[in-house]
Design a protein around this ligand. Structure first.
Ligand SMILES: NC(=O)c1ccc[n+]([C@@H]2O[C@H](COP(=O)([O-])OP(=O)(O)OC[C@H]3O[C@@H](n4cnc5c(N)ncnc54)[C@H](OP(=O)(O)O)[C@@H]3O)[C@@H](O)[C@H]2O)c1
Length: 220
């Protein structure tokens, strides 16, 4: 077991942001197939706070304390037995199941890739979960083909902004929804039609009026 320590943000109980406190903890050691990474940037995803609040505990119970965070970009510090694809000093990005809100973490070599030189660490750490989710939704589950039309809700978000770019790359036609202040951003990513949320709300309200249900959000 390592005698070296590091700074990290372990969570000791389900709860709000008050659970996030910097502490001195033991530095992990890479096991077979793992890489020890000096984390330069940790990506933050909605899953991080949903797990911390206990919203997912029925199917993803946490053992305390745990270190939050899935996404990372950093530099290889050490490789465990059997790892041949990476070596000390290489800049990498990817995912860890051991937590990334820490100075160091370990990750399976299978979940890492070399960081492109054109991206800085912050940019690279923002990619893994959002891009993977968008890819799975569009292609693995949606089987999106060139020429098809796709509606991307939350198109300015961590998942949506990748979905827009992937759909454009595939040659699909896109409608994105976003806040009015994000409309230009989503269009710059490649969406042909971007609907601001206020306009979306107007359409929804109009549709509901036409059907005459009780809708407390839609005032005449
Ligand atoms: N990030 C991941 O890897 C991942 C993986 C699996 C599942 N998810 C889930 O996918 C969802 C989106 O994740 P994300 O990372 O893209 O989150 P995000 O970066 O916070 O983006 C969410 C987007 O949703 C829009 N939005 C927020 N409230 C809305 C509302 N009431 N009606 C319509 N649009 C609304 C916002 O649009 P504006 O900014 O334009 O207002 C925002 O851009 C979350 O529920 C998350 O838990 C995420």
């Amino acid at each position: 077991m390592s005698t070296q320590t590091m700074q990290a943000i372990p969570v000791h109980n389900y709860g709000g942001p008050e659970q996030l406190k910097l502490e001195e903890v033991q530095r992990p050691e890479p096991q077979a197939g793992e890489v020890l990474i000096h984390v330069h940037a940790a990506g933050v995803n909605p899953a991080d706070w949903k797990i911390r609040q206990g919203l997912l505990k029925d199917f993803l119970p946490m053992q305390f304390p745990y270190i939050p965070g899935l996404d990372l970009a950093g530099v290889v510090e050490e490789v465990g037995p059997g790892v041949t694809a990476f070596q000390k000093g290489q800049a990498v990005f990817g995912q860890s199941t051991k937590g990334t809100y820490a100075e160091y973490t370990t990750a399976s070599g299978e979940t890492l890739a070399l960081k492109p030189k054109t991206l800085n660490f912050d940019e690279a750490a923002a990619i893994p979960a959002g891009a993977t989710t968008a890819w799975q939704a569009l292609f693995d589950h949606g089987e999106l083909q060139a020429g098809q039309r796709v509606l991307i809700q939350g198109a300015a978000g961590g998942v949506g902004s990748f979905a827009v770019q992937f759909a454009r790359w595939k040659g699909a036609h896109m409608i994105g929804t976003a806040s009015t202040s994000n409309v230009d951003f989503v269009r710059s990513l490649g969406a042909e039609t971007v609907v601001g949320k206020s306009f979306m709300m107007w359409i929804l309200c109009w549709t509901q009026w036409a059907r005459k249900p009780l809708n407390l959000h839609c005032k005449r």
